[in-house]
Structures are given as structure tokens and as C-alpha cells.
Design a binder for this molecule. Structure first.
Ligand code: ATR
Length: 302
């Protein structure tokens, strides 16, 4: 439906992104295109919110009767005290990327993990019963690990740095251990923590896994056009995998994805699919409708 057929009028509802900074986000494009394509009288804006205005911004979702919002860096944990309730996954992960406003009751969800699982599903790959090696237990790794367990993964080996580059205990290492405990308490999935420094264990776990997910920022280039790094020392470590995801999408072809190509891993994906599918899950929560994924994929400037 062309934009002119869907004017902004007295019934237009608003959804938006709450983040800082917010202007580089691809979400306005994804959601506005989807609202228009589905004939839904709503618009999506990116709101750059200062930290001391976060509570007021969340309150405005109620005051303005917004459909809801996405939440991104650095507020995924900080918004929690201002919401009325969290869904199970969001409460387990301890972070929120989607807020739904139902008659003034604000519920927090996290759709990042679902984004990963559904983007694989769209490629015909189910994680049910699979053995997964996951690197990283941060903003991307935590929701992925929890959702993988809830979606029936057989086993997850979680690798995270145990030490900082100065040789001190990594303050985030406990996140990976906490994840292992949570997974064990909520699912049948077997989960184990490994220090990323243990390269022999990393190689061994990769060689006995079906799926490898790199949820670290290691693959990002430090500058435009510059290739990032890979945690994998040799492509042969990937040779038994049936699928691999690098959650980085810029650059689109990371060093890890090149290694996966050399190792002939059949299903290889960057983080773009995860980004689109987490957005699709938010869209479904707000509107009850499916995002037109193919159209969104074609429209993204990547
Ligand atoms: P966040 O946890 O908020 O997503 P981030 O800085 O974007 O933070 O980092 C994402 C992930 O990449 C984290 O799991 C981080 O691991 P640490 O908890 O050990 O910092 C991981 N990461 C970043 N640089 C890394 C590196 N050089 N080697 C291994 N993991 C790295």
C-alpha cells in the first residue's frame, strides 16, 4: 500500500525505539514499511533518550497510549524497574528489548533470542536436540542461550573470557556461569561453561557441535571497511558443523563467515537475520500480524 493511502490522522498510533544514541537504528525503516504494507495505521520513530529522562520516556508510552516500544543500548536492563511485568524469557535473561502497552499495563519482553532461533528456522534449520557451541554471554549471548534452551536445544557449551587482557578475573565471567545454572533449572538442555582461553576445549566442543553461534563483538571491524577478528584459529575446527551464525552484521561477511565457507558449513548466517526476526517478533506482539520479512530484507540498506 503506498504511503499516501495511509495518512497520519487522529487514529494513528505510535511505536518507537528508546535508546542512546538512536539515530543509526534500522528499526524505523523495518517497522514503518511493515505498518504500511499491512495497512496498519501506526508509525515508528527513534527516540534518543538521555539517562535521566528514561523513566519519563517510559511513562510517556502510557500517557501517549503508544502501542509500545523497542529498547536498545544502554537501557535494556535499566528500564525494568519502570515496567509493570516481564514475560518469562525477559525475566530469565534480565533484559528487555520490547515493551507492549495493553491498556496502560506495560509488559517487557526480549525477542533477541527468538530472532536468532526464527532466523535459522527461516533457513529450514531447527535447533531442537542440537548441540550448540556459543561464544559470549553478554547482551546477545544471554537471550540466545535462554531461548535456545526454551526451544529444545540438546546441549549448550558456553565460552566466555575468564580473564581480562591484564590477567585479572573477568568481571563478566559470572554471567556465563549464571546462564548455565538458569538453563539447567528451566530446561532439559545440558549446559556447561568453558573459559574462552581454553583453546583445546573450544576446538573439541566445536568439532562435536552441530551449530556454532558467535555472540561476541569480535567479528566487527574497528573501522569502516576493516575486517574484524575470529575466535576460531583454523577453519578445520568448523568442519563438522551443520550451521554457523555470527551475530555481527557489519561487516556482512566477517572473518568467521569466510572460515565457515572454507569449511563448507552448509548454513551460514550473519546477524542481519536475527535483527529482522527480533523486529518481526516485536511487530507481532504489537499488532498480532506477521512482518513482511521478504519486503523488509529487500529494503534494508545493507
Ligand atoms: P554486551 O555484553 O553489552 O553485549 P559488548 O561489549 O558488546 O557488551 O560485548 C559483547 C560480547 O563480546 C561480550 O560477551 C564480550 O565478552 P566479555 O564479557 O568477556 O567482555 C565479548 N567480547 C568482546 N571482545 C571480546 C574478545 N576480544 N574476546 C572474547 N570476547 C569478547
Amino acid at each position: 500500500m503506498p504511503l499516501a493511502d495511509l495518512p497520519i490522522d487522529g487514529n494513528t498510533r505510535i511505536a518507537g525505539l528508546i535508546a542512546h544514541p538512536a539515530r543509526h537504528s534500522l528499526s524505523p525503516l523495518m517497522h514503518n514499511l511493515s505498518f504500511i504494507s499491512r495497512g496498519i495505521n501506526a508509525r515508528y520513530c527513534a527516540f534518543d533518550v538521555e539517562a535521566d529522562q528514561l523513566e519519563a520516556a517510559i511513562e510517556s508510552i502510557r500517557a501517549l497510549k503508544m502501542l509500545g516500544a523497542n529498547v536498545s543500548m544502554p537501557y535494556k536492563e535499566a528500564v525494568i524497574p519502570f515496567l509493570d511485568q516481564l514475560d518469562q524469557t525477559s525475566s530469565l535473561v534480565g533484559s528487555v528489548n520490547t515493551i507492549v502497552n495493553r491498556q496502560g499495563i506495560l509488559t517487557g519482553y526480549t525477542t533477541d533470542g527468538l530472532g536468532l532461533v526464527n532466523s535459522l528456522k527461516a533457513r529450514g534449520y531447527s535447533i531442537e536436540g542440537k548441540k550448540i557451541t556459543l561464544a559470549g554471554a553478554g547482551g546477545a549471548g544471554s537471550p540466545i542461550a535462554i531461548q535456545a534452551a526454551l526451544s529444545g536445544a540438546g546441549q549448550i557449551s558456553i565460552f566466555n573470557r575468564a580473564y581480562t587482557s591484564q590477567g585479572q578475573t573477568n568481571p563478566t565471567a559470572h554471567k556465563a556461569k549464571d546462564l548455565v545454572e538458569k538453563i539447567t533449572s528451566i530446561s532439559q538442555t545440558r549446559a556447561k561453561f568453558f573459559p574462552l582461553e581454553d583453546k583445546a576445549a573450544f576446538r573439541r566442543e566445536l568439532l562435536s557441535s552441530d551449530l556454532y553461534i558467535d555472540a561476541t563483538s569480535v567479528g566487527m571491524g574497528s573501522q569502516e571497511g576493516q575486517e574484524g577478528q575470529s575466535l576460531v584459529d583454523h577453519p578445520s575446527w568448523l568442519s563438522n558443523l551443520t550451521a554457523l551464525v555470527d551475530t555481527v552484521y557489519s561487516p556482512a561477511q566477517t572473518r568467521l563467515l569466510t572460515q565457515a565457507q572454507e569449511a563448507r558449513v552448509p548454513v551460514r548466517m550473519n546477524g542481519l537475520g536475527m535483527l529482522i526476526h527480533q523486529g518481526a517478533a516485536s511487530f507481532k506482539l504489537w499488532t498480532g500480524q506477521d512482518m513482511p520479512i521478504d519486503q523488509v530484507e529487500r529494503a534494508l540498506p545493507l
